[in-house]
Write a new protein. Structure first.
Length: 825
């Protein structure tokens, strides 16, 4: 696995799955081809079933056409196929298609053989039908019979009113609007009437009269129906009787209360006290109450129990009871308790009277409703049923007349019923049996297809599960082979970007895929960065050393310049003294030897000083040359550092390109995984992880790129500063070169002075000339020393600038070293 590239790994994973899918596809194709052949067979058998059903339907239609011919009075001849070989089934039966069908389903061959005789007899039966067929109205008997049934239903509807005690008589009372009345007005009826003989027409005319009377009788019954009133009156009677019983019970409770609480206690008290008059009075009250109140009340109660009691009878009894109550009240007026009880009795009596009168009124209403209902029943039994009998008898006569005209039709119907129909039934049976055989084959074929389908499903499901398992394992292995090095690279990049920046570590990836290649080139990249950082670090150290040396040289140059300045000043002083001495020589020749000796000494001293100045100038020139060389080397190294930073930028761009390619590869893997469906989910996860790691790699690369850009910026500043230092040192070098030239000239002049002084002893005669020349030379020396002093001052200033630039260069080198120090090499 480690020796494969990512594309090869993905290709391997998808290849395994595709091989499994190919195997499933080939297996499915073979099995589906087998199922397809079975399915075609089933389809052909279904077509055969449809053909048999269609032909059965055609013969049923043929039979219906014959039946319609026998029943439709508009058809005067039989117009159906009588040749068994010319009907649609006959053409199929005697063709190759029948043989193909028997070959497809061998079980129907015997049935087809049996069907031939029945089919032939069926078609030949129409020949006899055509021979006996004569058009008549075959519907007329049926219509008349239907009208008989309709009127029986009509009468039953009236009878149901009495059975169910209903006032809603929902029957047709208009003789022209019932089914028979409407039929009388129809074209068919008029045609039947015109086609009939005199007896037929006579019966028809009489039927019209009886039919009209029959429907009008229903109107009379409607007028007398009062079942609802009767039921309402009976319900009212029951309700009022219940109320009257309640009031009656209350009435007797009052009487019992009078007996128990007033009369009986009074009797007992009178008996105890021997008060005969009170005892007699209470006994009279008791007797009157029993005879005049209780007894009449019971008679009224019995009266109300009679059927249909009259109001006059009740009023007579009521007035008697009212009179008795008045007398009894007058009798007990001296007793307060009895007076109060009498008031209660009168109030209860009034309620009983109201209830009794309502009961009598309901009873009278019941009587009237009952009489009305009885009248309706009488009309139904005595009139309606009689008229119904007349209507039915006339309808039967019409039906018999119609049947008499259907002799030929009946013969044709008899042939149809005894020959056509049995043969048709046999054909239908054979058709059904053939259909069942074919249908059984279809069912078996469907079962076989279903079983094969289930077997294919189970195999495909098993292979799919295996594919999923293999895919998951391959996805895991491929994912781990991709994710592990990418994670390691990401961790390493994070450590470099955010951690200690250890550039000495390397990715230990042994795979040969794109990740391995990326790790390999990443290690190369880190190695190059490490070398660059080492070089930068070394160059930085060298730069620091060079800056230190430059500062030292600058310091030495300053010191030597100061020393040269001092010596120049000394030379200037000596020159002044020599000039003075030369002037004195002119006035004091006697001191010529001494002065010449002093001049020689001064000249010797000046020559020595000038030699030292020349030596210092030469050393300063060497130092400045060294400084120029060092700064040029530093500039070159910093330029190399800039180039290295650019190379690092190029490498980071390469890593960015690699991360973008990795991201693109992850996107392609995601697309392929999406195409693979469930089997590619693992690859989708791996692709997502690769994509995420590629993003992190790009992010870390950007951070490195930013730091490298910082190094490049600082490097550019260092280059600019070093160029400035180089320019300053070059200026110093130019100044020192000028000083060296002046010193060289001064040396020549000094040597000339020494020669002149040496020759001074040869003759005083040459003194004036020598003094003149010496004066001129000393003037030139003075001028040269002034120039040397100026150059020394410029050199001192240049040295100070060099020192400042060296300090700046050292500071930049230390910053660069601090930045480079972030990386461990």
């Amino acid at each position: 696995m480690s020796a494969l590239k990512i594309s090869q790994k993905i290709a391997l994973g998808f290849g395994c799955i595709l091989l499994l899918l190919l195997g499933v596809g080939i297996f499915s194709y073979v099995e589906v081809h087998f199922i397809d052949s079975e399915l075609k067979s089933v389809i052909n058998k279904n077509k055969l079933i449809s053909k048999l059903t269609l032909e059965q339907a055609n013969h049923l239609r043929w039979s219906n056409n014959v039946s319609e011919t026998l029943s439709d009075d508009r058809i005067t001849e039989v117009n159906v196929e009588s040749d068994p070989g010319r009907c649609a089934f006959g053409k199929w039966y005697y063709s190759q298609r029948r043989k193909d069908a028997e070959k497809l389903v061998p079980g129907i061959a015997s049935l087809m053989d049996k069907m031939e005789s029945f089919h032939t007899n069926l078609h030949h039966s129409v020949i006899g039908i055509s021979k006996h067929f004569k058009q008549a109205d075959p519907l007329l008997p049926g219509i008349i019979q239907a009208k008989i049934v309709d009127h029986l239903k009509w009468v039953n509807a009236i009878r149901s009113v009495f059975t169910h005690h209903s006032d809603k008589l929902d029957v047709q009372t208009d003789p022209t609007k019932c089914a028979l009345g409407k039929w009388f007005k129809s074209t068919h009826a008029k045609k039947a009437y015109a086609h009939g003989d005199q007896d037929f027409k006579k019966v028809w005319d009489e039927l019209l009269q009886y039919h009209e009377k029959l429907h009008h009788s229903a109107i009379e019954i409607k007028q007398y129906l009062a079942f609802e009133k009767l039921a309402q009156a009976q319900n009212d009677q029951k309700k009022i009787a219940k109320e009257w019983d309640s009031i009656s019970k209350q009435f007797f409770n009052i009487l019992d209360e009078i007996m128990e609480q007033v009369i009986d206690p009074a009797k007992d008290e009178a008996a105890k006290k021997g008060n005969i008059s009170l005892l007699v009075k209470m006994s009279d009250v008791d007797m009157v109450m029993n005879e005049k109140i209780i007894q009449p009340f019971l008679e009224i109660k019995l009266l109300l129990k009679k059927d249909h009691v009259s109001l006059s009878e009740y009023t007579s009894e009521y007035l008697k009871l009212q009179k008795n109550l008045t007398e009894w009240r007058h009798l007990v007026k001296d007793n307060q308790k009895l007076e109060i009880a009498a008031g209660k009795i009168f109030a209860s009596f009034e309620k009983m009277d109201t209830a009794a009168r309502a009961f009598i009124d309901a009873s009278q209403q019941e009587l009237a409703a009952s009489k009305s209902v009885e009248k309706a029943k009488s009309i139904f039994e005595n009139k309606v049923l009689g008229l119904l009998e007349e209507n039915l008898s006339h309808l039967e006569e019409l039906k018999e007349e119609a049947n008499h005209e259907l002799v030929g039709m009946r013969k044709a119907n008899e042939i149809f019923a005894n020959q056509s129909t049995p043969n048709l039934k046999e054909i239908e049976i054979l058709f059904n049996q053939a259909r069942e055989i074919v249908n059984e084959d279809v069912i078996n074929g469907n079962k076989s297809i279903m079983n094969n389908t289930l077997r294919i499903k189970s195999i495909v499901l098993t292979v799919t599960i295996i594919s999923l398992i293999v895919g998951c394992i391959l996805a895991f292995l491929i994912a781990m082979s991709i994710v592990r090095p990418v994670t390691q690279a990401n961790k390493m990049l994070q450590d470099i970007a955010q951690g200690e920046g250890n550039l000495a570590q390397r990715m230990e990836v042994n795979t040969k895929d794109e990740i391995g290649e990326m790790a390999k080139w990443f290690n190369v990249f880190i190695g190059k960065i490490q070398q660059i950082i080492i070089q930068v670090n070394s160059m930085t150290d060298a730069l620091v050393g060079s800056s230190d040396q430059l500062a030292s040289v600058s310091k030495q140059l300053t010191e030597r310049t100061d020393e040269s300045n001092e010596r120049t000043n000394a030379v200037a002083t000596a020159t002044e003294e020599m000039n003075t001495n030369i002037r004195v020589v002119a006035s004091a020749s006697e001191q010529a030897t001494t002065n010449i000796g002093m001049v020689a000494a001064a000249t010797e001293e000046m020559s020595t000083s000038i030699g030292e100045i020349a030596s210092n100038s030469s050393q300063a020139q060497e130092v400045t040359s060294t400084a120029v060389t060092k700064t040029q080397n530093a500039s070159s190294r910093i330029n190399e550092l800039g180039d290295a930073a650019k190379e690092i930028g190029t490498v980071t761009e390469t890593i960015t390109d690699i991360s973008e390619q990795t991201n693109l590869l992850a996107l392609n893997a995601t697309i392929e995984a999406a195409r693979a469906g469930e089997a590619g989910k693992g690859f989708a996860v791996v692709a997502s992880e690769i994509k995420e790691l590629a993003k992190q790699t790009a992010k870390s690369t950007d951070e490195i790129k930013m730091k490298i850009e910082t190094i490049q910026s600082i490097t550019q500043v260092s280059v600019d500063e070093i160029e400035h230092v180089t320019k300053v040192i070059q200026d110093v070098n130019d100044y020192i070169t000028s000083i060296a030239a002046a010193i060289e000239q001064q040396t020549v002049v000094t040597k000339e002075i020494a020669g002149n002084v040496a020759h001074a002893s040869q003759g005083v005669q040459e003194v004036s000339q020598s003094v003149s020349e010496a004066a001129q030379v000393t003037s030139e020396i003075t001028q040269n020393i002034s120039d040397v002093s100026t150059c020394s001052l410029d050199c001192s200033n240049g040295s100070q600038k060099v020192d400042d630039s060296a300090s700046d260069l050292k500071e930049l080198a230390e910053k660069l070293k601090s930045i480079v120090g972030q990386f461990k090499v």
